[in-house]
Write a protein that binds this ligand. Sequence first.
Ligand SMILES: [Zn+2]
Ligand SMILES: [Zn+2]
Length: 424
Amino acid sequence: MNFMSTFLTFENLHEVRRLCHWGPIIALSVIAICSTMAILDSVIWYWPLDTTGGNINFIMLINWTILILYNYFNAMFIGPGCIPLGWKPLHTNYDKFLNLAQENQQDMQYLQYCRVCQGYKAPRSHHCRKCNRCVMKMDHHCPWINNCCGHLNHAYFTSFLLLAPLGCSHAAIIFIMTMYTQLYERISFGWSTVKIDMSPVHQFQPIMPFSVPAFAATLFALGLALGTTISVGMLFVIQMKVILRNKTSIESWIEEKAKDRIQHYQTGEEFIFPYDLGTRWMNFKQVFTWSGMPKGDGKEWPVHPKCHQHTLTIEQLKQKVDKRVRSVQYQAVEDYNGACCPLSKGLQTFFRTPCTEEPRIPLSKGDIILATRGTKWWMYGDKVLSEAQMRVGERVRGWFPRRCVEKCHYDTAATESTSEKKVN
Ligand SMILES: [Zn+2]
Ligand SMILES: [Zn+2]
């Protein structure tokens, strides 16, 4: 499936509505501003096209823009791949007489059922409330592409996360050099010891003077380019870890809950994450292929030799039955004011704030929270409220930094779970 056919096929035309959302509007504006300013700055003021270097620079800038948009639109319009509505696991060998694949009753018992999609959830798929579909190998719903990041678009999404910081770094260098060379003769930096050979720059007369609006626009674009480089670069690191471990952020949380369950009941089970194929290279090749499409059909997956197709789905069912493990109990050890990107909770917490529109909840020391999912730096859950608040039907649910809480010991968890039952 190449870009043009994806873009032009009629069935995908309704996907164009995905553009009408603040995420794509902001993301595309940033791409447009940085590319346009970088091209204008270099052609008019910094590196004119009548030099070889200027031509190479220009071609590289155009290339970044094309590659970034190609991966961005593919991530958005190809999407993660959805499990067909009403999907059921089928026998792998077809019934030769009826020429029909038959329902696999045995596999059905190992899978969760999605009431919205009226079908079974294939291994690694999850229902996305924003997309309103069960998504293949769902990692998260990304507001910037207004679509889920999952099986089919994982490589495009991650390539975009790599290319955007590279392109923005190139643009940032152009912006800095433009401002420096244009302001060099007008203002004194007092750097008499700094000597840069400016003769190539002064060999040509700019088509127009570097005015105050041009300076302001360049400075603004520089801010955008640097911000994008840092924040998108961080997202790239996170997605590369997901790919190299072959473990989505949702699955990391299932694994954490599995370990918690095994430890709590002392079942002596050994939990092996089934989709990690052993080496980073093997995991990498599952997502990145020459065709651009990942390996597999999004429903059946290669697994670790000690595991089988349903190792993780059976674990998910066990967790569903075990009400206790639906949430892990934490206690706040630090106050948190509910800021989206808190300044006082460390750099990682600041930059790795979850990319969702879901709320953040303020915490005070001593608060008990039942966490239902989380990332390495943030967690999502319900605050345990007083009985009076419960009676009113109040609910405080949202994200908070992981460093503000500590996991409760089981003795306190046991006493809390009895009070929880009372409320339920
Ligand atoms: Zn569903
Ligand atoms: Zn989604």
